[in-house]
Design a protein around this ligand. Sequence first.
Ligand SMILES: C[S@@+](CC[C@H](N)C(=O)[O-])C[C@H]1O[C@@H](n2cnc3c(N)ncnc32)[C@H](O)[C@@H]1O
Length: 203
Amino acid sequence: MDKPCAAAAARNAAPILGVLRHELRECSTLFEIGSGTGQHAVTVAAALPDLEWQTSDLEQSHAGIRAWIEDAGLENVLAPMDFDVLTVEPSGKKYDAVFSANTAHIMSYVAVCRMFALVGAMLREPGVFCLYGPFSRGGAFSSPSNEAFDASLRARNEAMGIRDLDDLGVLAGENGMQIARVYSMPANNLLAVWTRTPPNCRR
Ligand SMILES: C[S@@+](CC[C@H](N)C(=O)[O-])C[C@H]1O[C@@H](n2cnc3c(N)ncnc32)[C@H](O)[C@@H]1O
């Protein structure tokens, strides 16, 4: 199969790698939700060979992800798991990190809530959740282009839409995570980092 190529994923791969290289410096295992084409997986995993990267997505994306993995020839990227946040049950396996890019505005809000619950269940303590994409903050869009993007998403499907980091912060808190850092990224995107820490480290 020809490798699917998302132009946005190619553009944002280097900035995302720049942040993940720092945030994942103490991580050995990572689970990615909604790997899409698989471009982020192979780009980051190639630069971080000691990190085992588990890809996942809905079944329809698996062939493309497999094509990227096979072409990259990386031993530290694992074949995609069938993982629909709406239906999957936590397996009990724990990861040092979870990463997801450009998923929260595509998923319904119910699915986003479920994603945070799953992340809380999957993360080790300490563990880190890195979520990349367009977000509003305090109810305000970061740019007119993000406001227009939100309107276009909602016109396409009323369940989609740019999420507010304050709302996601509440979901994170309900699932044992605290906000640690928010990075400004190119094209008015953000990369939010929540951590799950052992109880005796919480303030
Ligand atoms: C805009 S694409 C982003 C893909 C990739 N992460 C990227 O940044 O290029 C959104 C991804 O979310 C996945 N997705 C949508 N609903 C999902 C769900 N309920 N559970 C898991 N993944 C889902 C889609 O299959 C798709 O791969």
